[in-house]
Ligand binder design. Sequence first.
Ligand SMILES: C[S@@+](CC[C@H](N)C(=O)[O-])C[C@H]1O[C@@H](n2cnc3c(N)ncnc32)[C@H](O)[C@@H]1O
Length: 249
Amino acid sequence: MDPDTDPLLRKSFDLLRTKWGTVPYKQHERIRTVDLLRLPDKELVELWEQSHQAAAHGAAFANRGWYQALYRDIFRGRKVMDVGCGMGLDTIHYAEHGAEITFVDIEPSNVEVVRRICDARNLRRNHFLYMEDLSSLRVLPADYDFIYCCGSMINAPMEVSRLESQALLEHLPVGGRWVELGYPRARWEREGSLPFHQWGDRTDGGAPWMEWHDLEKLDWMMAPAAFDVILNLEFHYSEFVWFDLLRKS
Ligand SMILES: C[S@@+](CC[C@H](N)C(=O)[O-])C[C@H]1O[C@@H](n2cnc3c(N)ncnc32)[C@H](O)[C@@H]1O
């Protein structure tokens, strides 16, 4: 099977695109990035500011704020691939603190919104990639320090995520880190152990697939690459799980 041309993989990405032009906004809201593209630069930047403020400060510090405070220093001066950038709620913030971010998304309007905000804010060290399929990744270099997947790799069945992560890992040498935000099994059980094609209605306003991840699934997804575990941390009452993994082979 060739992951570049496989029809099932193409179908999965196309299905994901039907939902994911609507991305997280503020703490609990969502917004369509095609609508954002109609705004003039000044309003777009203000809206991002408000969204970032609401998503990471005050009560939301326990949600996004703590890891932004941690990773903005870790990422400074490093090359980070943001897989599934949405509207860049975390990663534009890291870019402002000196990270070199490559913003990647399966939805072109998400990438375009982030590009416009970076340009308007004069953040010049960044790169932008619309991932139509896995072959799109080929233009990227092989020497990222971090692959950062905040809520993106949990949106497809494990077979699809495995093919995608194999393509992504071509760009992460030994010594690089895979950082992922997902949902833990405990949350899935608490919310009624729904089939994964239904759970996305509950967690993400109608995502076509939502799957909990744990270390065992990640091991399978990334093998034969192997990782040491820096963090495997459930937080915010087990609503989320944070993985920070160091590639060792
Ligand atoms: C829950 S949103 C998170 C957005 C952003 N990372 C954040 O933290 O606000 C999921 C994002 O991942 C993207 N996405 C969904 N499935 C993906 C996949 N298989 N590979 C890469 N990106 C994906 C969506 O287009 C969307 O931008």
